[in-house]
Design a protein around this ligand. Structure first.
Ligand code: CU
Length: 136
């Protein structure tokens, strides 16, 4: 009977390994609640950070738009343009940069039609904190 219960330790390790291996939106091994499902439309200029993940991860905006990163997490995040660590693809994203919990920050004007990858510079290994902004 006891074996039917989730084993905390191995489960945490397994989910961490799974997150590193396949880069999906894995559930958190430290939280008893199910992983939040990102249901936000990709047609938005707001990206919310919570539970060490961005939502939505990939968005599409019009040329000239600014994207707002909202930090609803309990820790700092540092949103920067790809590639890491140069951050040279879309310097406008670097204007968001360091965001404390409860803060929100905007990118610069995204005027060039292209796809801009971004990541949390402090948590580069976390694929749930990476995403892209497609400017069209
Ligand atoms: Cu970086």
């Amino acid at each position: 009977m006891a074996a039917a219960r989730l084993a905390g330790g191995p489960g945490v390790v397994a989910s961490l390994l799974a997150a590193l291996a396949c880069g999906g939106t894995s559930s958190s091994g430290t939280s008893p609640s199910p992983s939040p499902t990102c249901t936000a439309s990709s047609n938005t200029t707001t990206i919310t950070i919570s539970n060490n993940a961005v939502c939505p991860q990939n968005i599409t905006v019009s040329r000239g738009a600014q994207v707002t990163f909202v930090n609803n997490d309990t820790r700092n995040h540092d949103m920067e343009s790809d590639p890491h660590p140069e951050h040279t693809d879309c310097p406008e994203i670097n204007q968001a940069g360091f965001i404390a919990p409860g803060q929100s920050r905007q990118t610069g004007n995204l005027v060039t039609a292209r796809r801009c990858g971004f990541h949390d510079h402090q948590n580069f290994e976390n694929t749930a904190l990476r995403g892209s902004i497609t400017i069209q």
